[in-house]
Design a protein around this ligand. Structure first.
Ligand code: ATP
Ligand code: MG
Length: 310
């Protein structure tokens, strides 16, 4: 188990795992923590949120490191100052099949990924691991790496069922590969501002299923779908867009002025990114605040739960 590693996991798709890993990793790195983000998902969506898809190796480094003795695991360095990543993507699917084949031949494989990450761990204050929604073998790999598991859920029944499935996997890992893993908490994700009753009912369901009210984070991540999609399309994090908002507004006026000048398009900013940033103006500061509070609450919980403060 790696002391400072947190997996973000839920058995259901679309519950905010990747958004949370990307935004927390970016925020902690901006606060000068040394952060490693690991994408254990064949979808490779972390590369979209953090905007490194064109540099991604599709998970090849992790695949080779696990499969070929002596092959080094090489992170993609400094995709933001202080933030390195182990890329996910199509090779992670191959990794999963290869590990399944090994395991069918009777080899012990559940700690294969952990064994590769362990030599790198000393370089980082925090390791955040994004998990795929399905693919039990990959989820088991993640569960044997981490000290902590964070489960994001939406408020719908399918997501809450996904949480129960993951809680079972978590309990199994505790009994076998990783007795020290701890549930750091459940985060309610994509909660609509007019859906308080639904959110409270989801909160009660989680508390009932897990039997412990303190396991649900106070912080919720609000529902703002359009801007979240803009962030992913642009490969920018919410706090990064927030920081640019005044510039975006200035840029919009520059663009309008450039249009009025007809033909003097030399200084015309890219209309698509200006439009996206301006659209974010209405909600990004609130969403950025949610992630900021989530980071703070996570740090408080880590400090409470571990002797080693991060
Ligand atoms: N605050 C938000 N409100 C509404 N939708 C959001 C928000 N943040 C992200 N989304 C959108 O929700 C979808 C799922 O988010 P995300 O990819 O983070 O979930 P996931 O659990 O990683 O999904 P998967 O299981 O497919 O890996 C994405 O389309 C994303 O753009
Ligand atoms: Mg994801």
């Amino acid at each position: 188990m790696l002391q400072q590693a947190i997996i973000v996991i839920n058995g259901k798709g679309g519950t905010g795992k990747t958004s949370i890993v990307a935004n927390l990793a970016g925020l902690f790195a901006a606060a000068e923590y040394r952060v490693l983000a690991v994408d254990l998902d064949p979808q490779g969506n972390l590369g979209r949120d953090l905007g490194y898809l064109d540099m991604s190796d599709g998970g090849q480094s992790l695949f080779s490191a696990v499969m070929t003795p002596g092959a080094p695991l090489v992170p993609l360095r400094d995709i933001r100052p202080g933030l390195d990543v182990i890329c996910g993507g199509e090779y992670i699917e191959d990794l999963s099949s290869a590990l399944a084949a090994r395991s069918q031949r009777g080899k012990e494989t559940t700690r294969a990924v952990r064994d590769q990450l362990a030599p790198l761990a000393g370089d980082y204050d925090l390791i955040l691991i994004d998990c795929p929604p399905g693919n039990r073998p990959l989820q088991q790999q993640a569960l044997s790496v981490a000290h902590y598991a964070l489960i994001p859920t939406r408020s719908d029944d399918a997501s809450l069922d996904g949480l129960v499935r993951v809680a079972e996997l978590f309990a199994a890992a505790r009994e076998t590969t990783n007795p020290d893993i701890e549930l750091i908490g459940v985060v309610l994700f994509g909660i609509g501002s007019r859906a308080r009753r639904i959110a409270e009912s989801a909160r009660s369901t989680v508390i009932r299923d897990l039997g412990d009210a303190t396991l649900v984070f106070d912080t919720e991540i609000r529902h703002v779908e359009g801007p979240a999609q803009d962030c992913r399309r642009l490969g920018r994090l919410v706090h990064e867009i927030e920081a640019e908002l005044p510039d975006a507004q200035r840029a919009r006026f520059a663009w309008l002025r450039a249009r009025r000048g007809q033909g003097s398009g030399r200084h015309r900013p890219d209309p698509e990114s200006v439009a996206a940033a301006v659209n974010l103006a209405a909600s990004a500061p609130h969403l950025a605040g949610d992630y900021q509070r989530l980071a703070e609450e996570l740090l408080n919980r880590l400090t409470k739960m571990s002797e080693v403060a991060v």
